[in-house]
Design a protein around this ligand. Structure first.
Ligand code: PRP
Ligand code: URA
Length: 208
């Protein structure tokens, strides 16, 4: 599908399979989430614009390239928090925004409870991170909120996506590409991704 990028590097697939395994405890789940997110970032940022600058090595003057714009990482709470360390390790000067959403258990619609975004969001390249794209309600809502704050260049990064969620997010925001490590089969009756990895927030934080 146009705008959907499935990142299939062997290391990413290896770590994703360990994440899916129900025997993986919260300590390893956190470590794997961090590592996998870091690897995904190489692909997500591969077309980011660069700016030429002049520098001096210990020997001569030369020209080099640095990222043209600042990066804002916007995490969807709670589970998006698990991805922040992997991202910040590679772009340590990124600004970090938080969007608090939880799914209503009955309607599966996202309920907003917190939004704090960098004030210079419109001048930055924005990466929204959430491990799971299930019905797509949370992802679509988060993109709407960052657009309302003026963001223009937005990418959505998750670890596991359901076809239903991809369709909803692409329809609502066709200008926002999706990056995922896997496109799974379907949702179950409770809105969980199959085969999926279960409840990402609970597995990350050991709350169940
Ligand atoms: C999970 C996940 C996403 C959302 C995806 O969060 O981290 O934010 O569900 O589902 P959707 O695509 O159907 O909206 P959850 O609502 O469980 O909150 P939590 O991270 O606080 O546990
Ligand atoms: N949220 C999760 O954490 N997992 C799913 O499978 C769906 C939504």
């Amino acid at each position: 599908m146009n705008g959907l990028n499935i990142i299939q590097h062997p290391l990413i697939q290896h770590k994703l399979t360990l994440l899916r395994d129900k025997k993986t405890d919260h300590m390893d789940f956190r470590r794997l989430t961090k590592e996998l997110t870091g690897f995904m970032l190489y692909e997500v940022m591969k077309d980011y614009p660069l700016q030429e600058i002049e520098i001096e090595t210990p020997l001569v003057k030369t020209k080099g390239h640095i990222l043209a714009r600042e990066i804002s990482l916007v995490l969807i709470l709670r589970a998006g928090l698990g991805m922040v360390d992997g991202l910040l390790e590679l772009v340590s000067n990124a600004r970090v925004g938080h969007i608090g959403l939880y799914r209503d258990e009955k309607t599966l619609k996202p309920v907003e409870y917190y939004v704090k975004l960098p004030t210079n969001l419109p001048e930055t390249d924005v990466i929204i991170a959430d491990p799971m794209l299930a019905t797509g309600g949370s992802g679509a809502k988060a993109v709407t909120l960052v657009k309302k704050a003026g963001a223009k260049d937005i990418k959505f990064v998750c670890m596991v996506a359901a076809p239903e969620g991809v369709q909803v997010l692409r329809r609502a925001h066709p200008d926002v590409p999706i990056y995922t490590a896997a496109l799974d089969d379907q949702l179950n009756d409770h809105g969980y991704i199959l085969p999926g990895l279960g409840d990402a927030g609970d597995r990350l934080f050991g709350t169940k």
